[in-house]
Design a protein around this ligand. Structure first.
Ligand SMILES: [Zn+2]
Length: 291
C-alpha cells in the first residue's frame, strides 16, 4: 500500500484532473482512499477539488468518526462508508458530476447497452441508482443495491460514482463513464446505435479472464427478460435481483453477426422509432398539407 503522503498527493492530483475536465464545478465531488485496515483518507467538505493541498484531507475510521484533520470530512461521507462496507476489495471511491453522464442520469437512461468492447470488459454495465437526497442516509441505501456487482454507476438526477483497487483505477473509471456517455450521446443524436450481439458480449466476457481484468460480477447479456428491450430508450423498473447479482447488459441475439443494427429505430415488434426532431418535422409537414 502507498504511503500516506503519496495518497494525499494522489487525491490532490485526481481532484485537480476532475476539476480541469469539468467533472465537478465549485465545491462538488469527493474522493476517498483506504489508509490501512480501519481508516480512510478523505477530501474535506466545502472545498473546490481543483485547488486542494495535501494537508486539507481528513482521516476517519470506517464509522465516519474524524480521527485527524482541521476540516470536516466530505458531506457524502456516508456513501463512501457504505461502499467500503459492501466491498472489501475496494481501495478508493470517486464521486463527481460529469455533465454528459449526469445528463443520462437526469434523463433516466442507464448506460447499459452493449456498445463498446472496452467498456464491457471493464465496467460491464453502468446502472442508475434511484434518486436520493444528497448527503442523507438515502444515498448510501440507493448505492447499496448496485455496488456489489458494479464498479461504476450513475446516481439519478445527481452524478456518478466509481470505485477501484486503487485511486487512479477508480478515477479512470469515471473518465470511462463520461467518455462512454459522450459517445452514446453522439450515436443517438446521429439517429442510430448499432449494438454488439449477445454472442460477442459472451466472447468479451471470456476476454476479461484472459486479460486478468477484475470485475465484481459477471455480465448477464439478456434480451427476453429485459423489460426495456421493447422500449430500449427507457427502463423504468430494472429487475432488482438481476441488477444486484450481475451486470445486466442489453445485447440482442446476433444470428451469426457480431453487430446488430439500428435498434433505436426499429424495435423487435416492428415499431419505427423517430427522434423528436424527425417527429416534429413530420407533424409540421402534415399540418402544412392540411392548410
Ligand atoms: Zn454529488
Amino acid at each position: 500500500m502507498s504511503s500516506e503522503s503519496t495518497l494525499r498527493a494522489d487525491i490532490v492530483e485526481v481532484g485537480r484532473r476532475m476539476y480541469a475536465r469539468g467533472y465537478t464545478a465549485s465545491n462538488d465531488g469527493n474522493i476517498s482512499v483506504r489508509l490501512g485496515a480501519d481508516r480512510l483518507l478523505m477530501t474535506p467538505k466545502s472545498v473546490c477539488k481543483g485547488f486542494m493541498t495535501p494537508d486539507m484531507m481528513c482521516i476517519t475510521d470506517l464509522e465516519g468518526r474524524k480521527i485527524q484533520g482541521d476540516r470536516d470530512p466530505s458531506s457524502e461521507m456516508l456513501m463512501h462508508l457504505e461502499v467500503y462496507r459492501q466491498r472489501p476489495d475496494v481501495q478508493a471511491v470517486v464521486h463527481a458530476h460529469p455533465p454528459t453522464a449526469t445528463g443520462f442520469a437526469v434523463a433516466g437512461i442507464p448506460l447499459d447497452r452493449a456498445v463498446l468492447a472496452e467498456v464491457l470488459t471493464t465496467l460491464g454495465s453502468i446502472p442508475i441508482a434511484e434518486y436520493a437526497t444528497p448527503s442523507t442516509k438515502e444515498l448510501p441505501e440507493a448505492v447499496r443495491k448496485y455496488i456489489k456487482a458494479h464498479d461504476g454507476m450513475l446516481l439519478a438526477n445527481h452524478g456518478a460514482l466509481t470505485v477501484g483497487g486503487d485511486l487512479y483505477g477508480a478515477y479512470y473509471k469515471m473518465e470511462t463513464i463520461e467518455h462512454f456517455a459522450k459517445i452514446s450521446l453522439v450515436a443517438r443524436l446521429l439517429g442510430r446505435e448499432n449494438l454488439l450481439s449477445r454472442e460477442e458480449v459472451t466472447r468479451l466476457q471470456e476476454l476479461r479472464g484472459a486479460y486478468g481484468i477484475k470485475a465484481p460480477a459477471p455480465i448477464c447479456a439478456e434480451t427476453g427478460t429485459i423489460p426495456g428491450w421493447s422500449d430500449p430508450t427507457f427502463r423504468s423498473d430494472p429487475d432488482p435481483v438481476a441488477d444486484a447479482s450481475c451486470q445486466v447488459v442489453q445485447a440482442p441475439p446476433g444470428a451469426g453477426s457480431r453487430l446488430v443494427p439500428d435498434v433505436l429505430r426499429q424495435s423487435a415488434d416492428g415499431e419505427i422509432r423517430l427522434t423528436y426532431r424527425e417527429l416534429s418535422a413530420l407533424i409540421e409537414d402534415a399540418v402544412r398539407n392540411l392548410r
